[in-house]
Design a binder for this molecule. Structure first.
Ligand code: SAH
Length: 376
């Protein structure tokens, strides 16, 4: 027998089937899906237009909130790190990054990895609305062990379910200020999304379903070390509509393998080949992420090798001076070095941005997401 689908992660058509087994009419499916994924109400008891017996049945089927907000840390720069407790006691983090209109245009920081687009604004939003990019997690911990990243330091604890992934966005939306609206969602928090492909893909379907939050796939960017099989599936399943950010960090196999053990299994050439086949729409370049680490990957020869390796791909390059993490000897290069690195790539004709650090005073910046403040 196939595993029954977690009620929280059911799509409307799957609700129709599940409800038929309970003798309920199909129109209830849309009602329940809407409660959960449009209104953000997960406790069946609060679904007031459902009959009492059905609410009870949903409760017994295990429909319940999968996480609770435990803490909200506010950074001086406006980033808010949310620590959420899962039902098994594990904790994850998700970050809200308000994007000021000017920074979205002039800067390509973490909050603006998704390019400006011409999507209509959400429900009645007006000019003064501040767009918020939400960064969400896909795993508790991470199996990949990149040497500069805190999320993988203790290894993978477990995958998140599709319900747990999408519920982070419902939680984040509840915490928006009246003048804020959800702009983009980036899968750039803890974990490697393509290592948890099935749950991640289902979460994307939930978030983009028109009867739910209805997020445009173009507003979603998935950040990955670039597992080739996962890239292929993502391209096929979503027709290239999901934005890609690739944690390349170096185009040199020796350097990349030293920083990212996964490169020994899937070297640079295999990754770039997978990118050539990703069906990204013409107006949507793939973002190449380079965390610049002093003395490791920040030389001008590294920049030139990168420029050469990326030739022919439609990309834009984001340089992220490495955020310091506890217990790591690595750190960011001096700013003159960063500028020189950027100049090489710009002179070679690439769009290349320097990403501002956000939220690092509350350990919410890239690579800093772990439970520094709560016992495991
Ligand atoms: N596993 C995915 C998503 C999580 S990390 C991935 O690797 O892409 C999001 C981005 O932050 C990645 O580009 C990652 O390499 C980068 N990052 C990790 N640690 C960092 C650090 N200490 N400083 C700067 N960027 C870091």
């Amino acid at each position: 027998m196939p595993q029954p689908i977690d009620p929280l992660a059911r799509l409307p058509e799957e609700w129709v089937e599940a409800l038929a087994a309970l003798g309920e009419p199909p129109y209830r499916a849309a009602q329940i899906f809407r409660w959960i994924h449009h209104r953000g109400v997960i406790d069946p008891e609060a679904m007031t237009n459902l009959p009492k017996a059905l609410r009870l049945a949903l409760h017994e089927a295990g429909l319940a909130p999968p996480l609770q907000l435990e803490r909200e840390h506010r950074s001086a720069d406006g980033a808010r790190k949310l620590v959420a407790r899962l039902n098994d006691g594990a904790a994850i983090e998700t970050v809200l990054l308000p994007v000021s209109p000017s920074s979205a245009v002039t800067d390509a920081d973490a909050a603006a990895v998704v390019d400006d687009d011409d999507e209509p604004k959400a429900d009645g939003a007006h000019e003064a609305t501040i767009r918020v990019t939400q960064c969400i997690s896909t795993q508790v911990g991470c199996a990949l062990g990149c040497v500069f990243c805190a999320s993988g330091a203790a290894g993978l604890k477990r995958h998140l379910t599709a319900g747990e992934i999408s519920a982070q966005v419902l939680l984040g939306r509840d915490l928006l200020e009246p003048n804020e609206s959800l702009g983009n969602v980036v899968l750039m928090g803890m974990g490697e999304p393509l290592h948890n492909y099935d749950a991640t893909a289902r979460a994307i379907r939930l978030l983009t379903h028109p009867a739910g939050l209805g997020l445009s796939p173009r507003r979603i960017t998935l950040s990955t070390v670039g597992l080739p099989d996962g890239l292929r599936r993502l391209g096929e399943d979503f027709g290239g509509q999901i934005g890609l950010a690739i944690s390349l960090h170096s185009a040199n196999n020796v350097t990349r393998s030293a920083l990212m053990p996964v490169n020994r299994r899937h070297p640079v050439g295999e990754l770039l080949e997978a990118l050539r086949h990703y069906p990204a729409p013409p107006g949507r370049p793939i973002t190449i992420e380079i965390a610049l680490i002093r003395g490791q990957n920040d030389g001008l020869a590294d920049a030139r090798q990168l420029a050469k390796a990326l030739r022919g791909l439609r990309v834009k390059i984001n340089l992220i001076p490495m955020n310091p993490i506890d217990g790591s000897p690595f750190g960011p290069p001096a700013s003159a070095q960063i500028r020189a690195f950027q100049d090489v790539l710009r002179d070679a004709g690439y769009l290349c941005f320097l990403r501002r650090r956000r939220g690092d005073d509350v350990a919410a910046a890239c690579g800093q997401l772990v439970r520094r403040d709560v016992p495991g």
